[in-house]
Design a protein around this ligand. Structure first.
Ligand SMILES: [Zn+2]
Length: 97
């Protein structure tokens, strides 16, 4: 299972998967679930009730790259580019696991 097509449509990341499923993930949700160490540490620090507010460049994607056979790397316009999203994680976020 791998992405066949990845598009940004308004505030959504839309992924067509090789098995015919489709994931639609809100960019704010994608950013909130950024799996990089930096974001994980921030979430830990703020606790479970933390609701991050993102705006402007933090919710714009400038580049998407496939990493190996298992993940997607996303560059955000504010310069944040350390998040590597595994395919399984994206499916989970898109509710089509
Ligand atoms: Zn991050």
């Amino acid at each position: 299972m791998s992405p066949q097509k990845i598009q940004v449509k308004d505030s959504l990341l839309v992924i067509d998967w090789s098995d015919g499923k489709k994931s639609e993930i809100k960019l704010s949700n994608l950013r909130k679930n950024c799996p990089c160490a930096l974001c994980a540490a921030e979430e830990e620090e703020q606790g479970a009730k933390y609701i991050p507010l993102y705006s402007g460049d933090q919710l714009k994607i400038t580049e998407i790259k496939i990493v190996g056979h298992y993940a997607v790397s996303i560059n955000w316009k504010d310069g944040h580019n350390t998040g590597i999203y595994e395919f399984d994680h994206l499916r989970e976020l898109g509710g089509s696991k």
